[in-house]
Design a protein around this ligand. Sequence first.
Ligand SMILES: Cc1cc2nc3c(=O)[nH]c(=O)nc-3n(C[C@H](O)[C@H](O)[C@H](O)COP(=O)(O)OP(=O)(O)OC[C@H]3O[C@@H](n4cnc5c(N)ncnc54)[C@H](O)[C@@H]3O)c2cc1C
Length: 376
Amino acid sequence: MRDEVLILGGGVAGCAAAIALARKGRAVTLIEREPTPRHKVCGEFLSGEALEDLHALGIDVGGLGAVPIDHVRLAAARRAAEAPLPFPAASLTRKALDTALIAEAVAAGVCVEQGRSVKGLERTAGGTWKAALDDGTTREAATAFLATGKRDLRGYARPEDPQRWVAFKMYFQLAPGQAAELAGASELMLYPGGYGGIQPVEGGIANLCCVVQQRFLARVGNRWENFLAQMQRDCPHLAMRLAGAKPLLAKPIAITHIPYGFIRRTSDEGLYCIGDQAAVIPSFTGDGISIALHTARCAVAAHLAEEPAPVFQAKLRSALRAQMRLAEFAADGLNNAVARAVLPFCLRVWPGVMRVTARLTRVAQQAAAAPQTAAG
Ligand SMILES: Cc1cc2nc3c(=O)[nH]c(=O)nc-3n(C[C@H](O)[C@H](O)[C@H](O)COP(=O)(O)OP(=O)(O)OC[C@H]3O[C@@H](n4cnc5c(N)ncnc54)[C@H](O)[C@@H]3O)c2cc1C
């Protein structure tokens, strides 16, 4: 079977690219390993840029119940500081967002194959891309978009994650007073070995999403219960938020191997890498979804303009590099014991820093660069 475009992975980036290409009249097949969207490890913060891109795709996040977020609060040790966000933002569960994106892709005419996992991808002698699926069948197209997010395909692996990050997500029903305190806020909490975020999502519940380096998790026996207790000892603000809270999942969702700072250098002819397969920004920025949408939009524009994929990938890398460097620099600061001790105090004195950092770690909303055609 031959299709014009094959998209591997039906998360944010894959669906966004599929919808945009189908609306331009391309025949698109999208392969997604999960039979239906499920909870994913994600802070579920939607930045202003993400909201704009989702709106352009026809996703009405307000109609899905997204909760407006208008300020950020940073808590470390016994202090907290807050600042208004310099852009509109919201939060929405990934399950709701991914469900809406898949539905929009189907409505746009994309052939969506859910519950099929891509096991391998190779370039044929004829120059097409052939994906081998878990049911033994293959799909072939002249162009492919790699959008498998956190999961790497054999032959296209991203580099090792030297810090061996582990991420968890758990939903809580907060006590009414704490839910009222959290309303409209995205809270970032710092502790040795990582950081976590808590914010309200639709349905009157809160999402706690946190990352920790493996060696710090090992110190508490690699157990979620112990880690949750340790985070609350290190950050009393979190202990206050979770006082009387009820966990809503039987166990947290967890992932490992998060190559923060990765930006793909190049690609092969006809293979556009988008989303987390293009770049992985430190999670505290809450900008991964925005980057997924941005890279999908830019890759679609490049493909339509017949810009060769290796040229697109290299241009995308240089366009994202400054934002990534700043985010990594700030992430190193969050992991520093002295910075953790003084940061909330400094931010109280100079709350503008939080706004500036929030602004500078955003992906540029314009196309990464005007696509260059195959002819140059
Ligand atoms: C701890 C943490 C917190 C985060 N918090 C935020 C936040 O608050 N805000 C924000 O904007 N970003 C956040 N991010 C980043 C954000 O989650 C990602 O950047 C974003 O989901 C990337 O989108 P994607 O489409 O590349 O991947 P995904 O959305 O993960 O989609 C990839 C899809 O590919 C499918 N797939 C995988 N392998 C295969 C295969 N072999 N065959 C077929 N399908 C396959 C998967 O099932 C999945 O649906 C966070 C990340 C982490 C780790």
